[in-house]
Design a protein around this ligand. Structure first.
Ligand code: FE2
Ligand code: FE2
Length: 203
């Protein structure tokens, strides 16, 4: 089933058509990554519909979540300085920046200013102990969209069938384990998120 945008709401949030947003994705991303964004859009809308969240905001945030993923490190560093973001960000890289810093590319280039959408994009790379439902939807949609194929993806999809909270918890556990195995630095907020949302008990 394909779930539709609310056209009036879309118009209020985005000064472009959806086709223009898709064209902007293709301008800045490989075909493969643009296709991933389209799948995350659909996945996010489906989860939002399921949990009774805003389907239109979920679709827009899902569509744009990786908009900045292929920018150069120099562009990210320049924005971190320009926006006076936490200088600790400079100790990380694209995997963190394309969300946390990526939101500013969306604001500045696409003129989308809805804080809930921008925050969901920002948080998709690191999480946050206070993730909203929309934040969680984008976080999980990115992880389980139908094109994903990694050890654990079926467990993540099964967790989502239980609840959004269960899927968030599974994703946090999986991500932290994966990063430890790769022996890369973990952004402190991801640990904080794990401590709050990563230990899931169904009530
Ligand atoms: Fe991403
Ligand atoms: Fe993604």
């Amino acid at each position: 089933m394909s779930i539709e945008y609310d056209p009036l709401e879309f118009k209020k949030l985005v000064p472009h058509t959806r086709e223009e947003l898709v064209a902007a994705l293709h301008e800045h991303l490989s075909d493969q990554r643009a296709a991933h964004c389209l799948r995350v859009e659909q996945q996010a809308m489906a989860i939002a519909y399921e949990v009774g969240a805003d389907v239109t905001k979920a679709g827009i945030a899902g569509l744009l979540h990786d908009y900045a993923k292929e920018r150069s490190n120099a562009e990210f560093v320049a924005l971190i300085k320009q926006e006076h973001l936490d200088p600790d960000l400079l100790n990380y890289g694209n995997a963190i920046w394309h969300g946390v810093v990526g939101r500013y590319f969306i604001e500045q280039e696409l003129h989308i200013y809805d804080e809930a959408i921008l925050q969901a994009v920002a948080r998709h790379t690191v999480g946050d102990p206070e993730m909203t439902t929309l934040d969680k939807i984008i976080f999980v949609a990115d992880f389980v969209e139908p094109g994903r194929d990694f050890p654990g993806v079926n467990e993540a999809r099964a967790a989502l069938k239980i609840s959004l909270a269960a899927a968030v918890a599974y994703e946090l556990q999986h991500t932290i384990l994966y990063l430890v195995e790769k022996q890369v630095k973990i952004f402190p907020r991801t640990f904080e998120t794990y401590n709050v949302l990563g230990i899931h008990k169904e009530d």
